[in-house]
Design a protein around this ligand. Sequence first.
Ligand SMILES: Nc1ncnc2c1ncn2[C@@H]1O[C@H](COP(=O)(O)OP(=O)(O)OP(=O)(O)O)[C@@H](O)[C@H]1O
Ligand SMILES: [Mg+2]
Length: 455
Amino acid sequence: MKPGHSLRQLLLGWLLPSLVILLVVGAIAAYLITLSAATQAYDRALLDEALAIAKQVRIENGRAVLNLPPIAHQVLLTDKFDHIYYLVQGPNGEFIAGHKGLPLPEKSPVEENWVYYDGFYYGERVRIAALFVPSEAGQVLVLMAETLVKRERLIWEILLGMLVPEILLVMATIWLVWFGVKRGLAPIERLRKEIASRSRHDLRPVPENTAPAEVQPMIKALNTLLQKLDGALDAQQRFISDAAHQLRTPLAALQTQVDLALHQKNDGDLRLTLQRLFAATERTVHLANQLLTLARAEPAGHLPGEMQPVDLSQTVQECAQEWVPRALAKNIDLGFELESVQIVGIPLLIRELLANLLDNAIRYTPAGGRITVRTMVKEKKAALEVEDNGPGIAASDADAVFERFYRIKGSPGDGCGLGLAIVKEIARTHNATVELKTPPSGQGTLVRVNFALTT
Ligand SMILES: Nc1ncnc2c1ncn2[C@@H]1O[C@H](COP(=O)(O)OP(=O)(O)OP(=O)(O)O)[C@@H](O)[C@H]1O
Ligand SMILES: [Mg+2]
């Protein structure tokens, strides 16, 4: 269906030509049938008249003569519509009576002793019945001819009688299509009005059951989209309120510290305040960054087109440089066991996911510990693992640590509790799963993210 073509145009476009073809074929068939029926009936009447004339033929002195009383002559030759002609010819072709020059039959009858044919007489088409009458003087030929006026009239009458209802039928079909489509599409129009009248905040699902069955899948799809949009708006709203709520306190603290610094005269105190100010700024920057990363990690914030083939091991290698110095500073042995695995994903987010897992591992593993990053194919999935031999996460906290702003009580450092929430969101965006385990050694934390493998 071309864009912009109405359903009505389409339906009529299919229906009308077929109906017109049907009408024309029907008319031709009707014409042929009526023509043959009318011809047979009138031919029979013509033959009857020829027989009537034949009865008046007598043989006198070995010659055929026609004894037609004037009254009979008049009756035979009078017709309301047509000109009637006749001709009686003797056995040797001699003219006996009637109209000279009437076309003679080209062939003799095979079974009966009569034959019908068409011809011209005085410039008009005529139908002729030729009757061969045997007599003692030989075979007498009686021709009876008439013009075609009443035959044609009859055909037209029958044809019109058939065509008028057929034309009415076509018109009724057009009317039905026109108004039927309008009626059929009325629920869609109601739907359009309902959607058009909504405010941009009204993302309730559109009622499905009032729509025709053909339109319901479209409404289902629309409702799914509305639901996703609603989810995205919710997430956005939650982000804004989280951000406002979480940033307010550190920003107020910053302001207080700056205020304090402005009023401090003593260089030593000022330096101390500035150091605290620096630390507070760092925390605030970290919080803002984590909040923005979380917002970016939401599945609703991405178009399918952003996904691209990624080699997990390569992404890990690219990030490793950043993390080695931090691990070294804490005397942590950071090791890599990388197997090339292909996935489809958003490289920036995968780096962000890895950064949060490594940040946790380095932050929470005591000095002298060990961290291993692995990429491998495991159970037909592309797995990314970060394992440490730190304090581990208690089973009772295993779910909660993935919640926003949740930190285990007494955790060291200035984290804001968003790292694992970001990991979970990024995994969700990639349709990946996150597992939290205790490493085989029985101590520490092992986080595994399972992506779909591409070959
Ligand atoms: N590798 C780990 N070992 C031990 N505990 C961990 C580990 N990773 C996370 N945790 C615990 O889970 C909590 C939640 O971690 P998450 O990364 O979400 O937040 P955070 O590290 O406190 O803050 P952020 O990452 O936003 O700076 C942490 O407070 C910490 O107690
Ligand atoms: Mg963290």
